[in-house]
Design a protein around this ligand. Sequence first.
Ligand SMILES: Nc1ncnc2c1ncn2[C@@H]1O[C@H](COP(=O)(O)OP(=O)(O)OP(=O)(O)O)[C@@H](O)[C@H]1O
Length: 405
Amino acid sequence: MERLGPWVPDRAGMSPVALAVSGGGDSLCLAWLASLWRKNLLALIVDHGLRKDSAEEARLTARRLQALHIPSRIITLTHLSKGSGIAERARSARYVALRQACYEAGCTDLLLGHQADDQAETVAMRQRAGSGCDGLAGMASVTALPEVRLVRPLLGFSRDALRQTLREQQIEWVDDPSNEDLTAERVRVRTAFRRDSTSRTAGWVQAAQQGSLRMVRETERIAALAQQSALLPYGWAIAGETLPQPENLSLLIRAVGGLIYPPSVAAVEQLYLRHCEATLAGVQLVRHKTQWFLIREAAAQQGPVALADRAVWDNRFRVSLPAGLDGGEITVAAAGFGLAREQRCGWPARFCATLPALWRGGQRIAVPHIGLCDDPVLQNIRLIFAPPVPAGGRTVYDPVCPVSP
Ligand SMILES: Nc1ncnc2c1ncn2[C@@H]1O[C@H](COP(=O)(O)OP(=O)(O)OP(=O)(O)O)[C@@H](O)[C@H]1O
């Protein structure tokens, strides 16, 4: 585990390391292994509320964790409904809930139970979908999000090895029936691997090779990005006097747009070749003085969000409020400041129109980034630019290639 660190010291009073535990064989084995590694842990069990037994399974998992001396928290999702795209909707809601729970508990690391077979399946599915070299690196061992690192310590171990470990420890787990549902592509790939294990091995080799290459490329990209461009606390990026290469440009668009995935390479290449002001994925490429800038497209920004400590607006700005302050909404400052350029800190009006602002009763009360605020109490509001994925990505791909048990 040490090479996947650094870790918060394992002492009472320090933040625990969080574990995402579905109750299945992989994540329960992860929990058992983690309990040998450290004491200060917190297991998070998400009950999607989609199957009639799910609440009871979550409680059963909590009891199993208790037997391992791991405290747990059950997070019940109430807003999911069955129907089209439910697997993806459930997955995405699960990650939002897990990240929020980590944030609330002060956990900076979240361990996930993805293992080597999941990795080979992911690579095979991406290969079929025509994924590029980056995608064929599969899942990263470490993905740093702004508030938490997602860590996958089991990518070097096969599903069979993990289940065998649990049997030896006489620890039972829950088998999710959706893991046998042949309408899911992953399950079909898994079934094909059972018949022909060479393609599974090929997936591991592919992930290990492409992972190493991706690490080299990302290091070069981050160095080039840092030299040429900068993200500003206003939620904009200075892209440089000449446009960055499409790969880097797309990372900046992802950050400024508050996106999880960068826009398609083909679309960014077109933007790069046109070399003129344009909009892509809710982000405007604009020229200001001698530099290219990326600013958010005002019309694409999220609508109002109630003012509250830790609220997130537009997937990019996190609110930090002094105690006792509430009332109002955070939404886009919008045009019509009527302010002289010096009151806009020298920034063009169209830039300032994209900033987050506090509104009450249809009135713009404060635009903290440019110090626009009459009420001294409101001057303590902080709207912190925290894109969901850091510009450079900050991922670690481990060239691990498991041995078949
Ligand atoms: N309901 C859940 N609650 C908490 N964590 C979950 C949940 N579902 C998945 N995870 C986390 O995401 C990882 C990968 O999810 P995936 O759906 O591939 O696993 P699974 O087959 O449902 O369960 P397992 O990995 O425990 O066998 C899990 O190992 C676990 O760490």
